[in-house]
Design a protein around this ligand. Structure first.
Ligand SMILES: *Cc1c(COP(=O)(O)O)cnc(C)c1O
Length: 223
């Protein structure tokens, strides 16, 4: 066990930092879910974290996630945090418990169709491109309210919360604040925001889940 904890020291450290960040702003750490981002990590890095008790993992590619976790999904909660192509909606609905990257009408329709067909209802987050970066997925802040409304009213989808990835090299706080504001005016209480470099800031701005990869597992292989 000591050996396991030692091998999962990044994990233990991140859990402690989540608790400290919650306490520092008067929040309950139990209200903040760690999504351990296992994309591109070797199994040797993941295994000790699993052994230490983590059960919620994030992946950004459908195929990679299915090959990594395919035989093990029982008792795990898997989040899709990367862009989803419409033609992968069938696999994504079948495999993931949470899809965090709903960001366009065609995808909303594809997910709704697959939910009806498969009788599965993964939880859904709408991704907002808070920095309005052309290369980044997500609805613009200006389109967010209308898009959330269409997800609900045209496709019968239950949106659980919002997700964002602030622009690299900018202070993340204003982006987290914007996401929280959009969520509030749309009656959404869940906010997926914060990564290795900024999860403590995200907690201060109300994150209910943080997606942390390299701080938990170590640097990813540079592919
Ligand atoms: C890779 C990734 C993360 C984790 O990034 P780290 O900096 O390693 O913590 C979080 N969210 C998304 C959407 C990602 O693609």
């Amino acid at each position: 066990m000591v050996e396991l904890l030692h091998r999962a020291s990044g994990y233990a450290d991140v859990l402690a930092r989540i608790c400290a960040a919650a306490q520092a702003c008067g929040r309950d750490a139990d209200d903040i879910q760690l999504v351990a981002v296992s994309k591109m990590q070797p199994w040797e890095a993941i295994e000790p974290v699993l052994a230490a008790g983590q059960r919620v993992f994030g992946e950004n590619r459908v195929q990679e996630a299915m090959s990594r976790w395919g035989g093990l999904t029982e008792n795990l909660t898997l989040h899709l945090i990367g862009p989803l192509q419409t033609n992968k909606a069938e696999d994504a609905v079948a495999f993931f418990d949470v899809i965090e990257t709903l960001d366009r009408e065609r995808l909303a329709k594809a997910i709704a169709d697959q939910m009806a067909k498969q009788g599965r209802r993964p939880r859904l987050y709408v991704q907002v491109n808070t920095g309005e970066e052309p290369q980044k997925a997500g609805v613009t802040p200006a389109d967010a309210d209308a898009f959330i409304g269409r997800c609900r009213n045209c496709y019968g989808l239950t949106v659980e919360g919002l997700m964002c990835i602030p622009p690299a090299g900018e202070p993340a706080g204003p982006h987290f604040a914007l996401l929280a504001k959009i969520a509030e005016r749309n009656g959404l209480s869940k906010l997926s925001m914060g990564m290795s470099g900024d999860f403590e800031t995200a907690i201060r701005f109300g994150a209910t889940s943080v997606r942390v990869g390299s701080a938990v597992f170590g640097e990813r292989a540079n592919l």
